[in-house]
Design a protein around this ligand. Structure first.
Ligand code: CP
Ligand code: NVA
Length: 307
């Protein structure tokens, strides 16, 4: 692997100032003050999808198109990876064709292995452990609502300690906002991610959703059964019964609080329709921000001078 190649497998691959700068350039680009015409002309992004996607696939593909480049979609249903071609071989071969690789898969170690053998930047489009691209969009949405000084804010995560929750932990540690997670016992976030974020940031794990939401600026949640956990759906619905974000729970947050959800959402499970489709919800702007944030990420990774 070339030492000058930067990957984006975790928010932790960025310094706090790089992360803030990336969000700033995403805001500027969204306002049309980007100033560069087709900056990625001639560049191609390979996109490996071993799980379903709507937002991630479309936002990366449209983002590359808008920047003057191109994206190639590879699913495990029709690529040789799905028939057992090794990750290192795939990484080395794709690096001869494309300028960056995005991967959505199950084991985080697979994304790390791809990065270890690729000579182009590798982007994590979601693993069982992390979903850092989602956080770029979420943080951009929060900035639009409350301004760029995120360290004075409180975010409440309600529900499963999953890949998105783990990425919120990394974001809290990097940017200094307070993060309270209300998670039922047995569904805690990744222990290493939680331990490090608790050491470095203002992070608290509680069991009562009301305690997490009290006075928060942002209330956020996600599905109770992530991709790959479909067989546990029923058990999880029972375990998370008291973790639905409804109007009463959201009413405990600040009066100007917003609701976020990475989508897809399950109305009547982790969130009521009243909240998801209500006036505090910013979920559509959040989904749109996937496009703006990832364009900034692609420019950050692909316009770096060659080392
Ligand atoms: N939020 C998100 O990653 O959506 P998709 O699964 O549709 O890509
Ligand atoms: N936690 C969810 C996020 C989907 C975008 C999952 O991994 O399925």
């Amino acid at each position: 692997m070339s030492p000058s190649v930067r990957h984006f497998l975790s928010l932790r691959d960025l310094s706090p100032s790089e992360l803030s700068g990336l969000l700033e350039s995403a805001s500027r680009a969204k306002l049309g003050r980007d100033g560069t015409d087709r900056p990625l002309a001639g560049k191609t992004l390979g996109m490996i999808f071993n799980k379903h996607s709507t937002r991630t696939r479309v936002s990366f593909e449209v983002g590359m198109f808008q920047l003057g480049g191109h994206a190639v979609f590879l699913s495990d249903r029709d690529s040789q990876m799905g028939r057992g071609e090794t990750v290192p071989d795939t990484a080395r071969v794709l690096s001869r064709y494309v300028d960056a690789i995005m991967i959505r898969t199950f084991a985080h170690a697979e994304a790390e292995e791809l990065a270890a053998h690729a000579s182009v930047p590798v982007i994590n489009g979601l693993t069982d452990l992390l979903h850092p691209c989602q956080l770029l969009a979420d943080l951009l949405t929060v900035r639009e609502e409350f301004g760029a000084a995120l360290d004075s804010l409180t975010v409440a995560w309600i529900g499963d300690g999953n890949n998105v929750a783990n990425s919120w932990l990394n974001a809290a540690a990097l940017l200094g906002f307070e993060l309270r997670l209300a998670v039922p016992e047995g569904y805690d976030p990744d222990p290493g991610t939680l331990e490090r974020a608790s050491r470095e940031g203002k992070v608290r794990l509680v069991r009562d959703p009301r305690e997490a939401v009290e006075g928060a600026h942002v209330v956020t949640t996600d599905t109770w059964a992530s991709m790959g956990q479909e067989a546990e759906s029923e058990t999880r619905s029972e375990a998370f019964r008291n973790y639905c974000v409804d109007a009463a729970l959201l009413g405990r947050a600040r009066s100007e609080a917003i609701f976020l959800h990475c989508l897809p959402a399950y109305r009547g499970k982790e969130v009521t329709a009243e909240v998801l489709d209500g006036p505090r919800s910013r979920v559509l702007g959040e989904a749109e921000n996937r496009l703006h944030a990832q364009k900034a990420l692609l420019l950050f990774l692909l316009r770096r001078p060659k080392g």
